[in-house]
Design a protein around this ligand. Sequence first.
Ligand SMILES: *[C@@H]1O[C@H](CO)[C@@H](O)[C@H](O)[C@H]1NC(C)=O
Ligand SMILES: *[C@@H]1O[C@H](CO)[C@@H](O)[C@H](O)[C@H]1NC(C)=O
Ligand SMILES: *[C@@H]1O[C@H](CO)[C@@H](O)[C@H](O)[C@H]1NC(C)=O
Ligand SMILES: *[C@@H]1O[C@H](CO)[C@@H](O)[C@H](O)[C@H]1NC(C)=O
Ligand SMILES: *[C@@H]1O[C@H](CO)[C@@H](O)[C@H](O)[C@H]1NC(C)=O
Ligand SMILES: *[C@@H]1O[C@H](CO)[C@@H](O)[C@H](O)[C@H]1NC(C)=O
Ligand SMILES: *[C@@H]1O[C@H](CO)[C@@H](O)[C@H](O)[C@H]1NC(C)=O
Ligand SMILES: *[C@@H]1O[C@H](CO)[C@@H](O)[C@H](O)[C@H]1NC(C)=O
Ligand SMILES: *[C@@H]1O[C@H](CO)[C@@H](O)[C@H](O)[C@H]1NC(C)=O
Ligand SMILES: *[C@@H]1O[C@H](CO)[C@@H](O)[C@H](O)[C@H]1NC(C)=O
Ligand SMILES: *[C@@H]1O[C@H](CO)[C@@H](O)[C@H](O)[C@H]1NC(C)=O
Ligand SMILES: *[C@@H]1O[C@H](CO)[C@@H](O)[C@H](O)[C@H]1NC(C)=O
Length: 605
Amino acid sequence: MASSSLNPLLYLFPLLFLDPFFSQANLHTSKIFLSSSLFSQPSSTNETIPPTLFFEVTKPIQVPHTNPCSLTVLQHDFGFTYGKPPVLADYNFPSGCPHREFSKIVLEWNATCKGRQFDRIFGVWLSGVELLRSCTAEPTATGIFWSVKKDITRYSSLLLSNKTQTFAVYLGNLVDKTYTGVYHVNVTLYFYPAVEKLDLFKEKMRNLGSKIESKADLIIPFSRNLPLNDGLWYEIQNANDVKVKEFEIPQNVYRAVLEVYVSFHENDEFWYGNLPNEFIAANNLTGYAGNGAFREVVVGLDGDVIGAVWPFTVVFTGGINPLLWRPISAIGSFDLPTYDIEITPFLGNLLDGKPHNLSFSVTNALNVWYIDANLHLWLDSKSAKTKGKLLQYDTVPLGVSSVLDFKGLNGTFVTNTTRFVSSTGWVKSSYGTVTTKAIQDLSYSNTMVMNGNLQIINQIIHFNDSVNANIPAFNALSKKSLKRFLFHLYSDYIDQGNGTSLSVANVTLGFDEKKFNEADAGSPSSSLRNLQKGKGVMVVKNNLVVSGVASTQQSYSYHGGRFCYSRDISSSNYTILSDEVGSTCNKRSKPRSGYGLSRWLPVPA
Ligand SMILES: *[C@@H]1O[C@H](CO)[C@@H](O)[C@H](O)[C@H]1NC(C)=O
Ligand SMILES: *[C@@H]1O[C@H](CO)[C@@H](O)[C@H](O)[C@H]1NC(C)=O
Ligand SMILES: *[C@@H]1O[C@H](CO)[C@@H](O)[C@H](O)[C@H]1NC(C)=O
Ligand SMILES: *[C@@H]1O[C@H](CO)[C@@H](O)[C@H](O)[C@H]1NC(C)=O
Ligand SMILES: *[C@@H]1O[C@H](CO)[C@@H](O)[C@H](O)[C@H]1NC(C)=O
Ligand SMILES: *[C@@H]1O[C@H](CO)[C@@H](O)[C@H](O)[C@H]1NC(C)=O
Ligand SMILES: *[C@@H]1O[C@H](CO)[C@@H](O)[C@H](O)[C@H]1NC(C)=O
Ligand SMILES: *[C@@H]1O[C@H](CO)[C@@H](O)[C@H](O)[C@H]1NC(C)=O
Ligand SMILES: *[C@@H]1O[C@H](CO)[C@@H](O)[C@H](O)[C@H]1NC(C)=O
Ligand SMILES: *[C@@H]1O[C@H](CO)[C@@H](O)[C@H](O)[C@H]1NC(C)=O
Ligand SMILES: *[C@@H]1O[C@H](CO)[C@@H](O)[C@H](O)[C@H]1NC(C)=O
Ligand SMILES: *[C@@H]1O[C@H](CO)[C@@H](O)[C@H](O)[C@H]1NC(C)=O
């Protein structure tokens, strides 16, 4: 099995971080482990030590100063849940809640765990619509606690329904003598009633006949069909695996947005570091993940590519070096980003009252990708039938330019790709005839250097998309999002010559996004810069990690109209070294829209 000729980070087994006294643990973990590594001591019975707080750095959710209605929708201990059906609970809108209009709805996931356990991916669904994709924190002997909050206001139509619905959580955990961690979880929903002023403003907007940026009226899930329609992702196993689902939409839709959830595991957990097949073959390597370093999720409608997702490189809490993510978790690990694809231009094709096919595949995929999606639909309340027509559809097939240059185990590989999808179509509803143009313009560049045991990766993704809508009686409305995803890894494996080796890994993760509400506006309506740098060393003996230390530094800066948030934080070996939080907006990032509401809403004349 494990060839020691290459950096073991490249090799396909979960790294075990074990206390030397417990190094009997079997390295041959089966594929059922969903992620890469673990560092923990056995469970302690000492109840006096408070659990360590693990967290992901992110901006707080802006909620109105109103008292929320709350509902604990699920309380469960996730023990041996692997391969079992999702844990289910009935969901009913809280009967005691006197309000029906909310400006914010927040989901809160609180969990504790103690002992030794891998990082586990999990999903949360309501009526088959995924609400949250996340990864558990890896516990310690003395116990950990973490809390994830997510703004789920966009799912309001579902959450406010009067029907009893199925709330589902799948978290595949394994518990035995070695992996002792049971995840104790509470999921609570908070419904914040709108403040009156905002209500009136919204009402005015509604009367103006604009619900463009309001929440969808109906959400159709594209998740795996289980008897109970309780959710669960599709599993994409390889590059030829295409998941297709037939669907029909109501006859009075005037806007449609597809929200895609995606996570990557096992052979593709670190897809951005996967080796070219030519290199693997030439060196007779076995057990290394191949297919090169490029992946994309391709979304098809009746056989046409209507969009793609070039995902951010989320590193799970056991990834690369688990000590990097204690207690500061990697960007996106507790709340994986989702990706919106505007499909309004295609409504003309979909409004024929017939079934259509939506498909998902992953270019170059290795086992396994978890994918599902939610189709958000806006319905015309004043008309039973809308009409539409696709005017233009232009897709430039994936462009790939690559360089493969290697001799033995040394080499340099460059993979550059681009993709472009553009569509324009009109929809006629009681709001008039609205022409929408949607563009995805994507570029990717990955440079990988191999030098024996050393691997250096530099990857950058530009994920640019824009939507332009011409609404009668209003100016053209447009929004644009420019995302930039950075990934850098320097990882080496140094044989000490005495049976121990050092595994060194320096990693940089960057998630930047600028949003504009008018295509040509010079300054963004919001901007996020989120950069994480970590470095760590692990001492490896007999393929077991016996000790290690790591430090992480993160700089988070968000500017959005009147709300700004920044945090500069660093940690080392479980300890926060510095932590500076700011919430003032500097002059350069003055608000563009006085009301703090999106300018995507038509401005009253
Ligand atoms: C539990 O931990 C506390 C604080 O570290 C220590 O004072 C106490 O002796 C420990 N108790 C046991 C039973 O180990
Ligand atoms: C969940 O944890 C957060 C953070 O500690 C806390 O503020 C909140 O009250 C907890 N929620 C519940 C329902 O206990
Ligand atoms: C879950 O809620 C119960 C009941 O309020 C509480 O005892 C428990 O500590 C909570 N667990 C977590 C992880 O927040
Ligand atoms: C749900 O019930 C409430 C109270 O009976 C009612 O006001 C509301 O209109 C109903 N909502 C829907 C979506 O049927
Ligand atoms: C790979 O295996 C083939 C066939 O066994 C052999 O001819 C070749 O020399 C090997 N190459 C390397 C780099 O070990
Ligand atoms: C959808 O897929 C099914 C099964 O492959 C096929 O029979 C049907 O013709 C497709 N429909 C469209 C509109 O492409
Ligand atoms: C790939 O893209 C990078 C960054 O844009 C560029 O420097 C490099 O020349 C490109 N290489 C190839 C082979 O296209
Ligand atoms: C690969 O690089 C290492 C270290 O730089 C060097 O010792 C070795 O000779 C190189 N191998 C080949 C085949 O070039
Ligand atoms: C995306 O936008 C950025 C910033 O404007 C630009 O530098 C980059 O070239 C764009 N990328 C693509 C693929 O259009
Ligand atoms: C192995 O060698 C390294 C480097 O000389 C040294 O730091 C380490 O203590 C040694 N470990 C053992 C178990 O001898
Ligand atoms: C990686 O981090 C180590 C430890 O801080 C540092 O000594 C080394 O210079 C870094 N290497 C690179 C290539 O960044
Ligand atoms: C890391 O922290 C642990 C516990 O606080 C301590 O025992 C250990 O010596 C520290 N290691 C380093 C390298 O600082």
